[in-house]
Design a protein around this ligand. Structure first.
Ligand SMILES: [Zn+2]
Length: 171
């Protein structure tokens, strides 16, 4: 993800002074700000030293303004989740639970994320086959009410419908 980091002191004085950088380099950039960006004389004279992320690009999640160190921490989280292709699922988890992006319970996410499936029925059918229908006679299985099963099973889950299928979480 990329972030636009600017000086708060300059901003409050009416100057947009800053630059787009990779979020992974946010704190290095912040520490070296005056050498990396053309700053006005007032920046030096007033000894500005507070920086802020005013804009964000290429983020997998909805994010607001934040400090550069938070942006860097979020990038680390993105990298970690991306190794397992979990960054989209984590975004939906944040929407479902209202957890903060940082400082949230990432273990709860890992424990409760069931998976990504084409449809809810696809998942519900799978569960039915692997649980109840394993042990019943085929003749009985033919009368199984798939729709009712899927409808009732849904009470135990958060189901996020997207254009790319459903993301399923335990309640
Ligand atoms: Zn400044």
């Amino acid at each position: 993800m990329r972030v636009w980091i600017g000086c708060l002191g300059c901003y409050n004085g009416g100057d947009l002074v800053g630059e787009w950088v990779e979020a992974g380099n946010a704190t290095d950039f912040e520490a070296d700000f005056a050498n990396r960006v053309k700053v006005p004389a007032s920046h030096i004279a007033e000894a500005h030293e507070e920086y802020w992320v005013f804009d964000i690009d290429e983020s997998p999640w909805k994010l607001g303004e934040m400090s550069p160190s938070d942006a860097e921490a979020i990038q680390e989280l993105i990298d970690e989740l991306r190794e397992n292709c979990l960054e989209d699922a984590y975004g939906y988890w944040l929407e479902v639970t209202g957890e903060p992006v940082l400082g949230g319970d990432i273990d709860a996410f890992r424990d409760n994320y069931v998976g990504h499936f084409p449809t809810w029925r696809y998942y519900a059918d799978e569960v039915a086959i692997e649980t109840i229908l394993m042990s019943v006679d085929q003749a009985v299985a033919n009368y199984f009410d798939w729709e009712a099963w899927a409808r009732d099973l849904a009470y135990d889950y958060h189901i996020v419908d997207t254009l790319q299928g459903v993301y399923i979480f335990h309640l």
